[in-house]
Design a protein around this ligand. Structure first.
Ligand SMILES: [Zn+2]
Length: 266
């Protein structure tokens, strides 16, 4: 993959060129449709993430070695996947991620069930000091100073942290007798930003169904405070603009939205 698209710079195999173009001047359709689609740039990562991604000190090197583990510890959603571990058992060769069946992003209740340690989005509605303790308890091979600084960064830079806290406040407000209710996280149509795709407070709405905000949308992210015992985790639609940012928090640390059916490209 070393042939760059003349418009967007995406790297291709030569065999991916459109059939009408020559080997000397290959053209490509699958990346940007001949320059017709211009995706917004990703903004720079906030600090201290930016430093940890490039610095040469021992803390930064340790972070990059374990970056997927730090990401999973700080994600809002979990990865539902049946990965084939056997494939890496024998090898001298590079590590392979092979899955059986589909890959999902999953979400549970905002309060852990009795006797279960909180995880994922539950840790975003938890006291930060206790959340850090819990994250380190599950990942005691990682550095607490790194985990603590990334956790503080995400609480500030990732807008979905505040959205989850807001949803939790609504769901635990006893006066309104909505103990078993659900709220929906929905991105409102027509407010998509071209530059950076950064969600703003108005774009992501926390909706209580049945309060005049319109009916259910199949793609909403549904949040509940508690789930019935043994209930399965809820599968998030990959058509929700926050699908990627809620899992890949260290890749989209400002809550950048991804593609979704109503998004517009230039
Ligand atoms: Zn292109």
């Amino acid at each position: 993959m070393d042939v760059a698209c003349e418009h967007c710079g995406a790297l291709h195999w030569l065999a991916e060129k459109t059939s009408g173009s020559s080997k000397a001047h290959p053209k490509f359709g699958m990346c940007c449709n001949h320059g017709k689609v211009v995706l917004p740039e990703l903004p720079e990562p906030p600090q201290p993430l930016k430093r940890l991604l490039v610095a040469a000190d021992t803390q930064a090197i340790e972070f990059r070695k374990h970056i997927t583990q730090y990401n999973a510890a700080l994600a809002f959603t979990s990865l539902g996947v049946n990965d084939d571990k056997a494939i890496n058992r024998t090898g001298q060769s590079g590590w392979v991620f092979r899955i059986l069946g589909n890959l999902y992003h999953l979400s549970g209740a905002l309060t852990a069930s009795t006797g279960t340690a909180p995880s994922y989005s539950q840790l975003y509605v938890y006291d930060p000091a206790l959340a850090l303790q819990q994250r380190m308890h599950r990942n005691n091979d990682l550095r607490e100073d790194t985990m603590g600084s990334l956790q503080a960064m995400l609480l500030q830079s990732h807008p979905y942290a505040a959205k989850y806290q807001h949803a939790y406040e609504i769901l635990t407000n006893e006066e309104e007798d909505i103990q078993h209710a659900e709220v929906h996280l929905r991105v409102m149509p027509g407010q998509d930003r071209r530059r950076y795709n950064l969600p703003t407070a108005e774009e992501v709405a926390v909706i209580l169904p049945g309060q005049g905000e319109g009916g259910k949308e199949g793609r909403d992210i549904i949040l509940r405070n508690r789930m019935p015992h043994g209930a399965p985790l809820y599968r998030i639609s990959d058509l929700h603009p926050a699908y990627a940012t809620l899992y890949y928090v260290l890749l989209f640390a400002r809550g950048e939205h991804g593609w979704y059916p109503r998004s517009q490209v230039e």
